[in-house]
Design a protein around this ligand. Sequence first.
Ligand code: BG6
Length: 487
Amino acid sequence: MGQTIVIFGASGDLTSRKLIPALFNLYCKERLPDGTRIVGVSRSEMTSQAWRDKLQGTTAQFSENGFDESKWSLFSQLVEYFPGDVNLSETFTRLDAFLSQLEGGALTGRMFYLAMAPQTYQTIVEQLGRAGMAKQSDAASWRRIVLEKPFGTDRASAIALNAFIHQWFDETQIYRIDHYLGKETVANIMVLRFANTIFEPIWNRNHIDNVQITAAEETIIGRRAGYYEKSGVLRDMFQNHLLQLLILTAMEAPSRFDPDTVRDEKVKVLRAIRPMTMQTAATDSLRSQYRTYRDEPDVDPRSQTATFGIVKFYLENWRWQGVPFYLRSGKAMSCRTTQIVIQFKKPPHFIFDSQKNVNPEANKLVLQIQPAEGIKLYFQTKTPDAGMAMRQTSLDFNFQSGLSATIPDSYQRLLLDVIQGDASLFARADEVELAWSVIDPIQQAWDSGVPPLSFYESGMWGPEQAFDWMEQQEGRQWFDVCPVFRK
Ligand code: BG6
């Protein structure tokens, strides 16, 4: 028994930066199951040895724990290259024969990883289907397909893509990747909530004032305009990563940790989100663009694409009624951070000297997804030797301290899960369609100019308006823990 990982898009960035380094790291940690083979498929003519040589350099560069040449020479023996054009059916008949020969007739599972542009998904799926490569004859000869985001560009296209793929692969064979779900700190949200008892009683509208979910990046669009111009921050970050963080924060405890039970609960959160309308998009969302965006290669000089956005969501259920979830993401920001801030309510009655303790801050629990992965609880303590003056202090947990290992890249976990047939951390068809139904009305409002696009300086903390909106309209403040440069 064994498994073959077939990567379509062998010469692409995802393969060299993420997939091969992740597989190599798993191999070094002796976690890659025995009998694993890796076959890269792409158009260029190249020998397996030439591909291995190319991968050696990139893997050394992108691997997390240094690079061990002797391990690489063993690992690289598992790697083969197969040249072929995915538009030609004969590529797939040849590929099937090549894989069978490689597997030597043993019962072998096959993972088809689509590390190519989404426009090629239907072609590859159909070719695999027509070549009979999607059929699983028994449990050991499983066939699974892995698709990267974006999965569709709106609800209609996601439904159409699901229906198309379902002609050949059933839902249990499909793994839609959201790499955020492979992050240790993201998986830990479920552990924090469902393996501890102290948080659950206060995890609701009675104790929580608001939730702030932020994914800020320093990076700019660079060479990705071809994709990003059509996508923008809503499709690129909100529809998948940020909604997933919201879901994990808001979901009810599943009765079991199995893929369908977990995903049933996740879907309920998406169903509970109050749909946005043109009117609410005008007041409950903000969109902005960093000033140098239009100077980047292939960006329309009049581009209206948002590189920064804020959306306020409400969930219509008993637990979260009236609690705003503020989602915020931007590129070209002053620091990189992904964090979830659970802001608790202020004390109902304040008994200490309010002259000295101007506006004492509410308690906050910060789930720091990256970097400096950890959890921090903020609370008030007495300032020593200063009467009843107080200050905000914190209890701090950091994932790395005490551990010699680094936190693994999310692809390691996700690739292993696919091999093991565990789809808990992958989006199900209905989940991805519902996520689009949440995003579509906002995107439509944005596309029609509502709310108007504002601009911000690169290297700042988004537009000035974002602070005013929070303070004046919402009567609250953002809580940020990394260097925030306000104009
Ligand atoms: C990707 C987006 O899905 O996630 C990118 O397409 C973004 O635009 C990236 O930069 C962020 O991922 P991470 O793991 O660096 O937070």
